[in-house]
Design a protein around this ligand. Structure first.
Ligand code: ACO
Length: 319
């Protein structure tokens, strides 16, 4: 037994940061950002805390699933940096939504949602759970270097949640990691020890964009190929691809390399930018709520990011 997705929900901060406004902060322009990334705007936290967003996404997903917080057997939060080091973001969600089940966090950067699905599948397989809540949320604006035009234009805040129940709709799942702190790295930034001898680094994102770009196009192409193959399907059987929304050119390249028509790739990068682990589930929720998905559809999801990590899976949509 694996699971079925019972419902999804998202939470996006209110403030919209346009390319034009960014152009007043760093030496960039709307045309460069659109043509190189496909991004038109992103949402940034001003008033919202990450806990508030997680709770909003969780409640939206529970409502969409017709499940109450009291029914949950496990909460997994995928995030790079929750509100506190402890309690975990998962425990904060549990407290705020009124659940009583175990809760913990997983950090696989942008691949976090697929990693969390894989972990949840193990709990279902071992019959330890009947209902699981996954919340994938990052607040990248607080670790963005707002003076670095090569990275600050790429990211946004927000995330989404999914409620899983017993079922057999996970057809394949595949996660990878290649330890690498040269391509993408975000240091902690603080060390309160008076004894520690290393220099502190700013807690901002460092990225070798071109290296990540090459890694990303291969990861998306190979990840989807492998997940489809492991599911015993052919690429033409995929009704909808939910790819990590980092750059429209990465999605276009993957589509060219695969035998899946480009119009089956769901894209919302233009509105959100790269929201890290929120990216795939936000797109899944948009596809769910906008009627793009039909009961019985075969969905491929694929993400890549810091670690370097990747995650891909094929799921039957049964809602
Ligand atoms: N505005 C204007 N010009 C810019 C900007 C900007 N915002 N950023 C860079 N440039 C300039 C560069 O300085 C360079 O100028 P030069 O030729 O005079 O040196 C020129 O544009 C081209 O720069 P490139 O870096 O070659 O641009 P490229 O087309 O490769 O796009 C990008 C860069 C968008 C970062 C691309 O490499 C990319 O998408 N990489 C993948 C990022 C990613 O997917 N990250 C996901 C993981 S992140 C995570 O897990 C949290």
């Amino acid at each position: 037994m694996s699971f079925t997705i019972l419902g999804t929900g998202r939470a996006i901060p209110e403030y919209v940061l346009t390319n034009d406004e960014l152009s007043t902060m760093v030496d960039t322009n709307d045309e460069w950002i659109r043509t190189r990334t496909g991004i038109e705007e992103r949402h940034i936290c001003k008033k919202e805390t990450i806990t508030e967003l997680c709770v909003e996404a969780a409640n939206n997903a529970l409502e969409n699933a017709g499940v109450t917080a009291a029914e949950l057997d496990l909460i997994i939060c995928s995030t790079m940096r929750g509100e506190n080091l402890t309690p975990s973001q998962g425990c904060m969600i549990q407290k705020e939504i009124g659940a009583t089940c175990p809760a913990f966090d997983v950090n696989a950067a942008c691949s976090g949602f697929v990693y969390a699905l894989d972990i949840a599948a193990g709990y279902f397989e071992r019959k330890r759970v009947k209902k699981v809540l996954i919340v994938s949320m990052d607040n990248l604006s607080n670790i963005t270097n707002w003076t670095d035009r090569s990275t600050c234009v790429l990211f946004g805040d927000g995330g989404a949640a999914a409620v899983l129940g017993e079922g057999n709709d996970l057809l394949s799942i595949h996660i990878t990691a290649v330890g690498n702190d040269a391509a993408i790295r975000i240091p902690h930034g603080t060390n309160s020890s008076p004894f520690y001898e290393h220099e502190e680094e700013r807690a901002v994102l460092y990225m070798a964009g071109n290296d990540v770009y090459r890694f990303a196009t291969a990861a998306m192409t190979n990840g989807i190929k492998k997940a489809v193959e492991d599911a015993g399907l052919e690429q033409k059987d995929i009704d909808c691809v939910i790819p990590h929304q980092a750059n429209i050119r990465i999605i276009n390249t993957a589509a060219k390399n695969l035998d899946i028509p480009r119009d089956r790739f769901f894209c919302d990068v233009q509105h959100y930018g790269n929201t890290s682990s929120g990216s795939v589930p936000i797109a899944l929720d948009e596809a769910n709520r906008s009627g793009v998905l039909n009961k019985g559809d075969i969905i491929a999801m694929c993400a890549f990011g810091g670690g370097l990590t990747t995650g891909s899976c094929v799921i039957r949509w049964n809602k």
